[in-house]
Design a protein around this ligand. Structure first.
Ligand code: ATP
Length: 474
C-alpha cells in the first residue's frame, strides 16, 4: 500500500494539488487544485454527471451556496450538526472526542488488546451525548496522543457550520451560513424542478457543488477538509418503495467506482448502525485509503423528513399530486452523497503504481505509473519529436496542434525519449506519440500505450481518431 506522504508529494511536484495559500504558510484544511488536478477533478465530475443525469428520470441543478437561514433550521443543522469536542488543558490540543476514542481503539488493536478494544467500541457505538464521550475518555484514561496528558476539559458540542453575515450589517439578524452540504439546495428546489420539467416520482435531482464544514480536526490530505466539493443526488419516490430504490442506488453507485478503475477488493459497504435523525436506512461506500478504510460516499434513505420539514418551516406544500388518480403524497427520498474531492483522493491513491522493470542491459529500475482509467487522465496524449532536427520538431508540432484541438495534450522535446515516457507515466497519460525519421519520410508515427508500453506504428493523420477510439472503448 502506497504511503500517504508519497501521494501528497507526487500531487504537489506534478501539479495536482497544492496547499492553500502556501506562500503564507498554508491554510489548514484547504487545498488548491493545480493544472493536472483541475483536469482530473473535471473528468471525475463529468463522468458522474453523465452517469447520473444522462437518463430520463434525473435532472440537474446548480443552487447557490448561500441559502435562506431558515433552511438550516428546517434541516436540523442549526441544532444538530455538531461534533463532540474536547481540549487537553495541558497541551492545549483540541480533538473530536469520538475520533480520539477511535484512534485509541486502533492503538489497542495494534497491541493485540482485542477484548479491551471490542468493549470500548461497543461503548463508543452507544455514545451520543457529550457526557458519554467524556466518561469513556476519563474512565479509560485515554491520553492526548501527542503529549500523553490525561488532563481533559469536559466535552462540548461544536457546530460545524461556517457563519457569516449577509449585507453590510453584521448583527445576528443578518447571520447566514456557508452550506455544509449541497443536498438542501435540491430539497428547496424540489417543486420548481418537478413543475418546470414535468417530472413525477420516481425522479431525481443531481447537483455538484462546494460545501463547507468547520471541522475540528482536518487531516489526511483531501479526506477531511474545511472546504470541499460534493456530488449529490436526491431521488424522490412513492413512500413504501424505499427499500427497493435504496438497493438500486447502492448498486449503481458501487458500479460507478468499479467502472472507473477501483477494484472491488478496495471497496466495501459499511451499514450505519447509528442512524441520523433523518434516515431509516444508510450505508457508506468505503475505500481502502493508505490510512485504512474511509467513507467516500453515503447512500441514505431519508424518508419524507426533509420535504416535510421544509413544508412546515416554509408553509409551502411540497407534495406530488397525481392528476389522474388524485393520489397525493410527500415523496420519500433516497440520497447518494459522494465527495468529489475526497473521491479524487481515492482515485489518486488507487492509480498509484510502482513497477519493477529491467532494461536491455539487465539494469533494474522502478517505473511510477498513475493508472487512471484513460478518461480520467488529466493529459490524454503527449507528442515528442525523437530529436530536435531533421524536420521532426516541425512535423511533431503540427501533429500536436491537431491533437490539441480535441484533447488536453502536452508537447515535450527535452531529454531522452525514455525519460519523456516516464514523465508522462507519472501523471497517467495514456498515449505517447513519437515522431521519428520515418515520420518525416512516410507520415507514420508510433503510439505507445501507458500500461502495456507496447508501441504501434500508425499514419499520423489517424492519430486523433485512434485516441478517440481507444478512449471510447476504454
Ligand atoms: P464523516 O463521517 O467522514 O464526517 P459524513 O458522514 O458527515 O462524513 P456526509 O455528510 O454523508 O459525510 O457527506 C457526504 C460525503 O461528502 C462524504 O462521503 C465525503 O465524501 C464528503 N465529505 C464530507 N465531509 C467532508 C470533509 N470534511 N472533507 C472532504 N469531504 C467530505
Amino acid at each position: 500500500m502506497v504511503k500517504l506522504e508519497t501521494i501528497i508529494s507526487l500531487a504537489k511536484h506534478r501539479g495536482f494539488v497544492f496547499q492553500s495559500s502556501e506562500i503564507y504558510g498554508g491554510l489548514n484544511g484547504c487545498w488548491d487544485f493545480g493544472p493536472l488536478g483541475v483536469e482530473l477533478l473535471k473528468n471525475i465530475k463529468e463522468s458522474w454527471w453523465k452517469a447520473m443525469t444522462y437518463r430520463q428520470d434525473v435532472e440537474g441543478v446548480d443552487a447557490s451556496i448561500l441559502m435562506h437561514p431558515r433552511t438550516w433550521e428546517a434541516s436540523g443543522h442549526v441544532t444538530q450538526f455538531s461534533d463532540p469536542m474536547i481540549d487537553n488543558k495541558q497541551s492545549k490540543g483540541r480533538y473530536r472526542a469520538d475520533n480520539l476514542i477511535e484512534e485509541y481503539i486502533d492503538r489497542l488493536r495494534k497491541k493485540k488488546k482485542t477484548d479491551q478494544a471490542d468493549a470500548l467500541e461497543a461503548k463508543l457505538e452507544a455514545a451520543s451525548e457529550p457526557i458519554d464521550y467524556y466518561n469513556i475518555i476519563v474512565e479509560n484514561q485515554i491520553p492526548d496522543p501527542v503529549s500523553g496528558s490525561t488532563d481533559w476539559t469536559e466535552v462540548r458540542n461544536f457546530n460545524l457550520m461556517f457563519k457569516t453575515f449577509i449585507g453590510p450589517v453584521d448583527d445576528s439578524a443578518s447571520t447566514i451560513y456557508l452550506r455544509p452540504e449541497s443536498a438542501q439546495g435540491i430539497f428547496v428546489n424540489f417543486k420548481n424542478i418537478m413543475d418546470s420539467s414535468r417530472m413525477k416520482p420516481p425522479f431525481g435531482i443531481a447537483q455538484i457543488g462546494k460545501a463547507f464544514r468547520n471541522e475540528i480536526n482536518t487531516k489526511n490530505f483531501l479526506f477531511r477538509t474545511r472546504e470541499f466539493e460534493q456530488m449529490e443526488m436526491q431521488y424522490f419516490i412513492k413512500p413504501g418503495s424505499d427499500p427497493e430504490w435504496f438497493e438500486y442506488w447502492k448498486e449503481q453507485r458501487w458500479n460507478w467506482y468499479i467502472k472507473n478503475g477501483i477494484p472491488a477488493e478496495s471497496l466495501r459497504f459499511k451499514d450505519h448502525e447509528k442512524l441520523a435523525h433523518y434516515a431509516n436506512r444508510a450505508t457508506d461506500i468505503e475505500f481502502m485509503f493508505p490510512f485504512g478504510w474511509g467513507e467516500i460516499e453515503g447512500i441514505h434513505s431519508r424518508t419524507d423528513f426533509d420535504l416535510k420539514a421544509h413544508q412546515e418551516f416554509s408553509g409551502k406544500k411540497l407534495e406530488y399530486v397525481d392528476t389522474v388518480t388524485k393520489d397525493r403524497y410527500v415523496p420519500y427520498v433516497i440520497e447518494t452523497s459522494g465527495g468529489t474531492t475526497r473521491g479524487l483522493m481515492a482515485f489518486l491513491c488507487n492509480a498509484y503504481t510502482e513497477e519493477k522493470l529491467t532494461d536491455d542491459n539487465g539494469k533494474e529500475d522502478t517505473r511510477i505509473v498513475m493508472k487512471f482509467v484513460p478518461k480520467f487522465s488529466p493529459i490524454k496524449a503527449a507528442v515528442f519529436p525523437l530529436v530536435n532536427k531533421d524536420g521532426m520538431p516541425e512535423f511533431a508540432e503540427k501533429l500536436f496542434n491537431k491533437i490539441q484541438t480535441e484533447f488536453k495534450a502536452q508537447y515535450d522535446t527535452s531529454g531522452a525519449i525514455g525519460r519523456r515516457y516516464r514523465r508522462q507515466d507519472e501523471i497517467g497519460t495514456p498515449f505517447c506519440v513519437t515522431v521519428d525519421g520515418d515520420s518525416v519520410q512516410n507520415g507514420t508515427v508510433t503510439i505507445r500505450e501507458r500500461d502495456t508500453m507496447q508501441q504501434e506504428r500508425i499514419p499520423a493523420e489517424n492519430a486523433v481518431a485512434y485516441i478517440h477510439n481507444k478512449l471510447m472503448n476504454a
